[in-house]
Design a protein around this ligand. Structure first.
Ligand code: SF4
Length: 343
């Protein structure tokens, strides 16, 4: 059971492009494999490979701009694939595939899923190749199984932590969702965005987890933060500086709405939104950040409300006397700009 980077694709790109310098970035869980890849590239082609030491949590974390600054000839973004293979001026998205099998956990899941007849499947980049086999196994057990269609950014059945646009259109056609993989992060996001019973199938532990409790907890915290923010008079509106999070239009819109309601707004921009970065801004009573929504939905370390885009929409609705509704139940919590910068 290992995660393997698509080294062959990297070699093909290097043979075609003949770079002298390559910038590489990868999420924390793939650093060891990525460093091995860098060694192989250096040994085989004499190419200088530089690893970006900045945080890399998702497909929003491409380093196309940094490749230009470092005079690299191309950039490799490891572990987050999409329906596009190239983005920006330099960047190629490189797959990393987990070879773990789902046979045993599907057996376990079949019992837990028995009360539901129609099942929607979703997963993240590393297990996409398992959607077909798992679908067949569940169908053989009598379930009706659906997988959401791919779109201009996502592959069939794929979800990111902020983008659920492939399963969203099928949510009224299924009774429950099964998420493939041991990622509570993705599974709880799916549960929140779909508003449906959602089960995480962990092939490593052969465990099936109902995500209801975790989703309820985050939903309550998200709602509480919105109501707390309603009382704030001074807001910080933060625009994320990561390449895939260029949400300046949304920041402008939210800032304007807050100012129209008599709130004071301080505009900020930063790459990583953390409690440490926000601490010096003592006069600010609540923040809205248009970077990664999961910073807000999963962020339990902030001492003041820090709202994501869906929460900010709910806040604006409240301020303007409208019902916020189920604001997390939507296809996208942020409009990732990765697809927009493809070559
Ligand atoms: S913005 Fe989306 S893709 Fe980027 S880290 Fe957050 S959840 Fe992942």
């Amino acid at each position: 059971m290992t995660v393997k980077i698509d080294e062959r694709k990297v070699f093909e790109i290097i043979e075609a492009k003949k770079p002298k310098v390559v910038l590489v970035n990868a999420p924390g869980g793939l650093l060891r494999q990525t460093k091995e890849l860098m060694e192989h590239v250096k040994e085989r082609y004499g190419v200088t490979a530089i690893m970006s030491g900045d945080s890399c949590f998702g497909i929003c974390d491409t380093v196309d701009d940094d490749a230009g600054k470092l005079q690299a000839d191309l950039a490799l973004h490891i572990g987050h694939n999409a329906s596009v293979e190239e983005v920006g001026d330099y960047t190629y998205l490189i797959d990393a595939v987990d070879d773990v099998e789902f046979g045993d956990v599907v057996e376990t899941a079949a019992e837990r899923l028995a009360p539901y007849r129609r099942i929607g499947l979703a997963t993240f980049s590393q297990h996409l190749h398992q959607l077909g086999p798992v679908k067949e196994r569940l169908e053989a057990k009598g379930f009706e199984v659906k997988v959401g269609r791919g779109n201009n950014l996502m592959l069939e059945g794929q979800v990111f932590g902020c983008d659920f646009s492939t399963p969203f259109p099928i949510r009224d056609e299924v009774d429950a969702f099964a998420f493939l993989g041991e990622s509570e992060f993705h599974a709880v996001g799916l549960a929140l965005a779909m508003g449906k019973p959602t089960f995480m199938l962990d092939p490593y532990m052969n465990e099936v987890t109902d995500m209801q409790a975790a989703a309820d907890e985050r939903r309550k915290r998200a709602i509480l933060a919105v109501y707390k923010a309603r009382d704030a008079r001074v807001f910080g509106v933060i625009t994320g500086l990561k390449e895939g999070q260029k949400m300046l239009g949304r920041s402008n819109w939210i800032a304007k709405r807050l100012e129209m309601s008599g709130r004071k707004v301080v505009r900020l921009a930063m790459r990583d939104v953390t409690a440490e970065r926000l601490a010096p801004h003592r006069e600010i009573e609540a923040f809205v950040q248009t970077a990664c929504p999961r910073i807000s939905v999963d962020g339990f370390t902030f001492d003041r409300p820090v709202l994501s885009i869906p929460q900010a929409d709910a806040l604006v609705a409240l301020i303007e006397g409208r019902e916020p509704g189920e604001f997390l139940e939507r296809a996208k919590w942020i409009e990732l700009t990765v697809g927009l910068i493809k070559r």
